[in-house]
Design a protein around this ligand. Structure first.
Ligand SMILES: Nc1ncnc2c1ncn2[C@@H]1O[C@H](COP(=O)(O)OP(=O)(O)OP(=O)(O)O)[C@@H](O)[C@H]1O
Length: 263
């Protein structure tokens, strides 16, 4: 369970990233965060694992304050949280297997991981993770030889090898085409359903959010302006909240083909 209690974040330049957020995400939920650009989605997500520090309030994970955690406690808390980035964040020149094994670094001494000495159980975990995202045949391929969608599936496997209880995905499909988007989102959904991993995903497009989320949270200027089940997240409702409908993938494609034909 992830609890936001009166959480605010003000950036050093005075920009309010989050404003008095009170939200509880239960174990096993698939929550999608939506909002216009600059609404605070990244700030929200990155506050959970303290990639961003909040300025007031508290975030509690499974009963322990991550906000207050220091040193070893913080490292252990972070071990339970996998992160998926828009840009995949793989070590490009390393093999897929090595990248997935890097999910295990929080469990071992630095020396051991620098030397690449992972125990057999870790290697088994890594292969299982790669199987789960259907990419095991690429285990010994260099990561930069893979397509964007494949790289993103490797980053999901890394979070699985980490044995994360929570997965945070910050715009995981923003650089991917529609077919690959579906594969990556299907993978996230599958591991959420099969392994019960709590999943929080930032998405730009409301139609993709509606296809996968069990709950949608809408942010605007750092505040929660919508929090409810997918059925309530209608275009009408979002138009009322944001003064215009949220973007859909389809809009973008229509826009892109219009641009192409203009050229
Ligand atoms: N390091 C920073 N310093 C100052 N302001 C920042 C910083 N990072 C983000 N902001 C501001 O905080 C607000 C929330 O940003 P955030 O990146 O969380 O929004 P977002 O909803 O993820 O937007 P996007 O979809 O464009 O990434 C924005 O006004 C943004 O300009």
């Amino acid at each position: 369970m992830i609890e936001f209690k009166n959480v605010s974040k003000v950036y050093p330049n005075g920009t309010q990233g989050l404003k008095d957020i009170n939200v509880t995400i239960e174990k096993g939920e698939f929550v999608v965060i939506v909002g216009l650009s600059g609404a605070g989605k990244s700030t929200f997500l990155r506050s959970i694992n303290r990639l961003h520090e909040i300025t007031s309030g508290e975030i509690i994970i499974d009963g322990s304050s991550i906000t207050e955690a220091k040193g070893r406690d913080l490292r252990i808390a972070r071990r339970d949280i996998g992160m998926i980035f828009q840009s995949f964040n793989l070590v490009k020149r390393s093999t897929v297997l090595r990248n997935v094994l890097s999910g295990r670094v929080g469990y071992h001494s630095t020396l051991r991981t620098v030397l690449g000495l992972f125990p057999k159980e870790d290697v088994n975990l890594a292969f299982n993770a790669l199987e789960r995202v259907n990419i095991v045949e690429k285990a010994y391929t260099r990561s930069d030889q893979l397509s964007g969608g494949q790289q993103q599936r490797v980053s999901i496997a890394r979070a699985l090898a980490q044995e994360a209880k929570i997965i945070l995905a910050d715009e995981p499909v923003a650089s991917l085409d529609p077919l690959t988007t579906k594969q990556v989102m299907d993978n996230l959904q599958k591991i959420n359903q099969e392994l019960g991993i709590t999943t929080v995903v930032n998405l730009h497009f409301i139609d993709i959010a509606r296809q996968y989320a069990t709950r949608i949270i809408g942010l605007q200027a750092g505040e929660v302006v919508f929090d409810g089940p997918v059925e309530e997240a209608t275009d009408e409702r979002f138009s009322e909240i944001y003064g215009r409908p949220l973007e859909t993938r389809e809009d973008e494609e229509v826009g892109a083909s219009a641009n192409e034909s203009a050229e």
